[in-house]
Design a protein around this ligand. Structure first.
Ligand code: CA
Length: 515
């Protein structure tokens, strides 16, 4: 491994080290809202009809991580946690509206200072102008799928509008930009290329070449599409946005997508039973989603092919991940935000030939706050104490977790009832169990809706119930375990410095519900 002083000296004198002494290039590919259930390497109810051969290459030639999670399953906060290695209550980005302070720790800036050339293409989705990059070209806000606009370094970033309109499909365009940059880059430094796809974030607009993809296929349904919510606590039972609720909503995705895109895509719900409506909405939603994933997969293939052709594959750490997961009809949900597995869990695959063994997997509990420390570790750079995550480099290279690895992970969603009507909650996940506390209170944080909901607990035994369709919190057999996990939840919450000192009312609710 290259030592810090070597890298610093090399950067100082501006000469290239011999190839073998250089740390690896880093190609960090991140999709938006890409669920593990929509990646065939992970296997799911969709795998028989939908494959991602190019993304799967990374799992076949590297490691597939099976228990990697985000600490807050919503876009902007997860992205801030990835960059800073910190929870939202530390880096300041708890909600979609919070800006990441420019003085925040940023893995891109640290890599740059450590001798890397750092570039970003695609979706940024932070309120703050990109920083820490030698060059960036990003779509403002969510960006558009077709003929999107892009802003680049040196031009004004602020605002959701503006930028220069490009002709083409977002997923293809950002890959073109990344490949053009790779072809023209100076080779004196290792690169850290952040390639951030907009897809498959809604509203789902496939490339024209994929508009009929899967048209004749009847997608298998997840079991939990038909979940009976009686097992849920009142804190979650009547919240969230289900596919069928969405149909009744004036802003529903079916109308939105069809009316702005393919006029023939509107689903005629006339005369359908409620169950048939859910079924039709599921097919429509997931097909459009997978069509968007299809373009991502093809473009991952283009980049991997280029690395092969250019002789870069051997010395480039390639990562594929997403900013969080996504419900594809599981629990009759779409969107994310909940701590339930499909939203909470992130895909994560990594390849570095000769260093990361091919075809291994791990079930070590890892998180998005670990990404920055891990990348720094590969760069031979120190991990700042202020980062709360840990490098999982050893896990990538062995598939095994060290004895000292974490046994529990802390999660928190802050935006009480904002967007998709999901109540604020925090919880802990261990290898086997998940305990969730829905606090029921708006916290005055940006995006929270000022309406209380019932507080409540849920407990899932993930070994017996991986789909989380049987809340066992009320079960007397689990009472002792619940108490133990409550203690663990408080311990881990405090260990990460999430004190709720600013919310005395919440502290009172928490105290009342802890026994
Ligand atoms: Ca996202």
């Amino acid at each position: 491994m290259i030592k810090q002083w070597m890298l610093a000296t090399w950067a100082l004198v501006g000469i290239a080290l011999p190839v073998q002494a250089r740390p690896p290039n880093i190609l960090y590919i991140m999709a938006d809202d890409h669920a593990t259930n929509a990646i065939s390497a992970y296997g799911s109810h969709l795998t028989s009809v939908f494959k991602t051969p190019h993304i799967d290459r990374l799992a076949r030639e590297g490691i597939r991580m099976d228990r990697t999670y985000c600490v807050n399953a919503i876009c902007t906060p997860s992205r801030a946690s990835i960059l800073t290695g910190q929870y939202g209550h530390v880096n300041g980005v708890k909600t979609l509206a919070d800006p990441l302070p420019p003085e925040a720790i940023n893995v891109a800036g640290l890599l740059r200072a450590g001798g890397y050339e750092t570039v970003l293409f695609g979706k940024w989705h932070l309120k703050t102008e990109p920083f820490g990059f030698d060059y960036w070209k990003v779509g403002p806000g969510q960006g558009k799928y077709h003929n999107p606009s892009f802003k680049e370094i040196g031009t004004p970033y602020a605002g959701r509008k503006g930028g220069k309109v490009a002709s083409g499909y977002y997923t293809d365009l950002v890959t073109d930009y990344a490949l053009d940059w790779l072809k023209g880059r100076a080779t004196s430094k290792p690169f850290a290329l952040f390639l951030h796809h907009k897809a498959p974030h809604g509203k789902w607009e496939p490339a024209k070449r994929h508009r009929d993809f899967l048209e004749e296929v009847d997608l298998p349904e997840p079991d939990s599409l038909w979940e009976n919510f009686d097992h849920r606590s009142p804190a979650s039972r009547n919240y969230g946005t289900s596919i069928s609720h969405r149909l009744a909503d004036r802003r529903n995705m079916i109308d939105d997508v069809s009316s702005t895109r393919w006029p023939t895509a509107r689903i005629d719900m006339q005369g359908l039973t409620e169950k048939e409506q859910t079924r039709a909405a599921y097919q429509k939603y997931v097909k459009d989603y997978l069509r968007c994933v299809k373009a991502v997969d093809e473009n991952v293939g283009r980049v991997l092919d280029y690395l092969d052709q250019a002789g870069l594959a051997a010395n480039t750490l390639v990562v594929y991940t997403s900013d969080q997961g996504m419900f594809l009809g599981e629990h009759d949900y779409f969107d994310k935000r909940w701590i339930y597995e499909e939203a909470f869990r992130m895909p994560f695959m990594a390849r570095l030939p000769g260093t990361i063994p091919a075809g291994i997997t791990t079930d070590a509990l890892c998180a998005n706050i670990d990404f920055a420390p891990t990348l720094l570790s590969y760069a031979g750079l120190p991990v700042p104490d202020a980062m709360q995550g840990r490098s999982f480099r050893r896990i990538l290279e062995t598939g095994k977790k060290p004895d000292t690895w974490r046994t529990a992970l802390y999660y928190r969603y802050w935006m009480h009832l904002a967007g998709h009507h999901i109540p604020g909650h925090f919880g802990v996940r261990t290898d086997r169990y998940k305990l969730i506390f829905f606090h029921g209170l708006p916290l005055g944080s940006s995006g929270a809706i000022d309406r209380a909901t019932p507080p409540g607990w849920e407990l899932y035994d993930l070994q017996k119930d991986p789909r989380e369709i049987r809340n066992v919190y009320p079960n007397p057999e689990y009472k002792a375990l619940s108490k133990q996990l409550k203690r663990e939840l408080l311990r881990i919450k405090a260990a990460f410095g999430d004190s709720d000192a600013a919310y005395p009312e919440l502290q009172a609710v928490t105290a009342r519900h802890w026994e």
